[in-house]
Design a protein around this ligand. Structure first.
Ligand code: ADP
Length: 156
């Protein structure tokens, strides 16, 4: 059974994230979306809202599980019996950071990271830009998967 962890802050989960999950599904038997909770960093949405929003998106996809975690991604990898970490690469800005984290995770836990290049039409979409737009009252519905916005009150 091939299991991948897709870790991130997902604050909030965007159509760019959803595209990585969708493209990862044919490669793995199961994907566990790990919502990272950092007690020292204040988030825009609280962890429960983020988890709930993503669960709604994948309510009909039994191969996807959504969990919150507040330790290292490699700890989540071990708990879930995963062999892979899935990440998206938007630009060269992401590259060096991702390469270092992937190398460290391989060193510490023997886990391989699979990187997918972002589809060009999603490369400008980031959670931080979406948060900024929400803060200024702009419509961000084009950037969030539909089930996530309708029922979770993500658009506060
Ligand atoms: P983190 O805080 O760990 O960077 P994010 O929630 O920002 O987490 O992103 C999680 C993963 O999704 C990362 O691998 C990131 O590169 C990827 N990602 C973010 N936005 C996009 C996008 N628009 N298209 C594809 N992948 C993306």
């Amino acid at each position: 059974m091939k299991v991948a962890i897709f870790p991130g802050s997902f604050d909030p989960f965007t159509v760019g994230h959803a595209s990585i999950v969708e493209r990862g599904l044919p490669m793995f038997d199961r994907i566990v979306i790990g919502v990272g909770v950092n007690d020292k960093k204040r988030s825009f949405y609280d962890p429960e809202q983020r988890v709930e929003a993503i669960r709604r998106v994948y309510a009909n996809e039994p191969r996807i599980k959504v969990v919150a975690y507040n330790d290292l991604t490699i700890d989540l990898v071990r708990r879930e019996g995963a062999q892979f970490i899935l990440r998206g690469l938007r630009s060269v800005k992401d590259f060096e950071y991702e390469r270092d984290i992937a190398a460290m995770n391989k060193r510490l836990a023997g886990v391989e990271t699979v990187m997918l290049f972002t589809e060009a039409h999603y490369s400008d979409i980031s959670s931080s830009v979406v948060r900024e737009l929400i803060a200024y009252g702009k419509d961000v519905s084009a950037f969030l998967p539909q089930p996530a916005q309708t029922e979770t009150n993500l658009l506060k």
